[in-house]
Design a protein around this ligand. Sequence first.
Ligand code: PRX
Length: 676
Amino acid sequence: MSKKEVLETTEAQIAVHWKEEELYYPSSKFIGQANLNDPAIFDKFSLDNFPDYYTSFAELLTWYKYWDEVLDTSDAPCYKWFKGGKLNASYNCIDRHLEKNKNKTAIHFVPELEEENVQHITYQELYVRVNEFAALLRDTAKLKRGDRVTIHMPMSAELPITMLACARLGVIHSVVFGGFSASASADRIVDSQSRVLIVTDAYYRAGNLLEHKKNADDAVKIAAEQGQVVDTVLVWERYPGKYSADTPMVEGRDISVNAELKKYYGKRVEPEQMLSEDPLFLMYTSGTTGKPKGCQHGTGGYLAYVTAMSKYIQDIHPEDVYWCMADIGWITGHSFIVYGPLALCASTVIYEGVPTYPDAGRSWRIAQELDVNIFHTAPTAIRALRKLGPDEPAKYNYDFKHMTTVGEPIEPAVWKWYESAVGKGRAAIVDTYWQTETGGFLCSTVPGISPMKPGSCGPGVPGIHPIIFDDEGKPVGPGIAGNICIQNPWPGMFQTIWGDRDRFVDTYFGMYNTKPDSKDWRDWPYLTGDAATVGEDGYYRVLGRIDDVINVSGHRLGTKEIESAALVADEVAEAAVVPVNHEIKGKEPDLYIALKPGIEATDELAKKISDVVCEQIGKIAKPRKVWLVPDMPKTRSGKIMRRVLGAISNKGDVGNVMTLANPEVVEEIKDMVDNS
Ligand code: PRX
């Protein structure tokens, strides 16, 4: 992105209304039981002690061999954490708990249909199922250490079983969010060069059993067109023994996992001794260009980091019942449904469906029934729960000691409802700010130490040292917006973009690194891509992205990604996407389209373009509105003025447009939007 673009957006972000909020203090009951309540932690984790302070995180894990070096910077900014150490993530999340806790619930799987029973999977059962499935992956699917496999599955107990079986073999998993389209799955199959795809036949969403297997057929076809052959599709059944999809199984390619598993009854697979720096998984995320980036996370650093964050920031104890409502197909689910909680031997809840299905009380019934005491969700879900059932939580008897909000800025009013209605005024709340790339938290209060401030995520978590720079790289003081960066590396950060080291270096370090050959981590501040301000008290407030990324329901969608999807429709000449404020989702994409000459603008065509976007990416990218405009507002050099379109969509001030090449079109578009 050019410096000018950064400046333009940052200025717009400063306009965000800023008001100091009062502080909320955690209860003494919470502080007394907290895993971390000693403020001396911040001194221990000061930059003077970097990187050695992170050994205490690694010591939370069980290692086959200890590391030789805490941090190897010889290939900066591609770092190696706990270099030379050997461990296995599946062993750390399962085997090591068996001696004392084999009979404890590892996973509570809650089907969406209330009449179906909750499955309580013990650590012993998880061990058995992961081993048998790992044997199947090895012997039937012929997967081995270092291979990549794409997993396109909905929320189910089988999803973490699949991930942990991969980890056991050293196979690198790439999970695609279940709601994404076949085309999105295919892109990830191609980029990661997966020859095996793992899916589910069907799943429940809002009361309907949705066909999912068809996505596999389509994805395999699209991937083949792009040169990547998938020779094996493993299909889990929503109802074991009963195939619930309409599309037939493809002879010689598709294998029913539930039937095939019978061959592996009682099989055990020794966990591979992975190097700490070996990749554990890929997670794709949107960036400024059309192509999603495969964030490559390592084994030792990542697992140490998410385990420590789960322990100290989520305050998970082994006896807790912990429910993170995110989807495992996003980074939040990887780190804070699967790896972190299981490494700590907690009981983690996986819910199949919609939080408000069949009514606004459903989430609180789940909490009551399972006696959940730690709850984790995103502002978009909080807004929806608040809108549909503001008084529902009071009707149910549950007791949260701790709650998290994650994924996007939360409005103070929404935060306060979360605190008083959902938390019943008793829960400590953390607003965790982080990213797919960062593996775990960047900023948050430590719940047993620091007070909460609605709308601010808090200071850097222990070990993370944020800094806000202006566009020239000068640090800015309190109250001024700039680009939030992290001064130091940390074990949870991704290692690189899969197969594209140059893009990794450019995107995340290009802006502020002045010595490209330096091996000193101090020369490589990490650019998050977010604008933020810091208060006098050291609490950060994230204002939003500075790049072309829209945060919809707490998840990143590249505007370019949506624009390229729209261009798949033959009639489209130009496409521009802008974020529009939405009461529940935070932001939604508005799609402006200029049609090719001679094509008539009709409602049917607008719908077709919207459908094309959903087919290409998934429903999450569905435009709020497709505007078929006579022309795009453009600068004299031909650049589409997205800022002007954004102002029109949000009913804001378009500013001075007289310098544009075609100022008259702005009025026309404005009339169209205002009168719709
Ligand atoms: O803009 C920030 C916003 O979400 C982006 C990261 O999105 P993603 O990689 O999909 O990961 C989502 C789950 C961590 C960030 O660059 N964001 C995330 N958490 C917060 C936030 N904005 C404000 N407050 C947060 N707590």
